[in-house]
Design a binder for this molecule. Sequence first.
Ligand code: NCD
Length: 316
Amino acid sequence: MRPFQHLFGIAELDREQIDYLVNLGHSFIDINRRPLKKAPTLRGKTIINLFFENSTRTRTSFELAGKRLSADVINISASTSATSKGESLLDTGMTLAAMQPHVLVIRHSVSGTCQFLAEYLGDTSVVNAGDGAHEHPTQILTDLLTLKQTWDSMEGKIITMVGDIAHSRVARSHLLAAKKLGYTMRIVAPKTLLPAEIERYGCEVYHDFDAALPGSDAVYMLRMQTERMTDNCSIPSIREYHEAYGLNRKRLNAAGSDTLVLHPGPMNRGVEIATDVADSVNSHILSQVEHGVAIRMAVLAALCGGSNEQEPGDET
Ligand code: NCD
């Protein structure tokens, strides 16, 4: 398998690497469920989380992942970094790299930030924790690990993804992964929330949610990413949006009793998803959150050349 130096997106990974990370993530699930959540895998490693956008799940899970694997973890958010004093992103990156961390985890509103910075950061590995509307590789790996708990393989499955595809980096990562892993992405959105080049991904495109439901193995709901809406592409009203594109009980029933419900969070209950659906037995939304920690452990371990090889007595 090709070794990992950085994790920018699904675009750079082949199927073997994706499977490797998901399987390694699977092996880390147990550590997070133990009373003593500690393994020595990343002892002596330093990880810096540099977040220029708000985050609850991704930031916390990267921090927990590093700490549970015994790394030293530093968190920096935009408001406390020197970029708020006029320092350029590149200078901030090079300053942090000069302190010799092993991994720099970056979330930024500009697509391509991680690839750009990585060129200047020497041996420091860079992980993309979400760059603009480009990619969010650790979220899709989290989704794949969650689906793996129910499905043997992604091959032949249909994921119906609904909502603001245009601004979603999670959507882009799934569109790229579908081809590599053999599943179908069924995209449902009003024209105003679709990226211009959507057909290029070889996905199915629907504007009518109800027409897309039959045969869906999973329904994946997305939030409207208003922070990225610079153009006038919003929707007539929340009520109308919920009626046309919200996942309610009736729609879930139409999809089928085995259909899984996913959402990367944060959820807007009553907008893209009804509360009873979000809390239903079909919902795997909190499993996604749990698996997010295991996947970030796997990504950090893979980048630092480690594996899940803790000894039984290593839990201290
Ligand atoms: C997503 C993101 O930030 O891209 N969420 C996440 O990382 N858990 C999706 C979103 O913000 O809506």
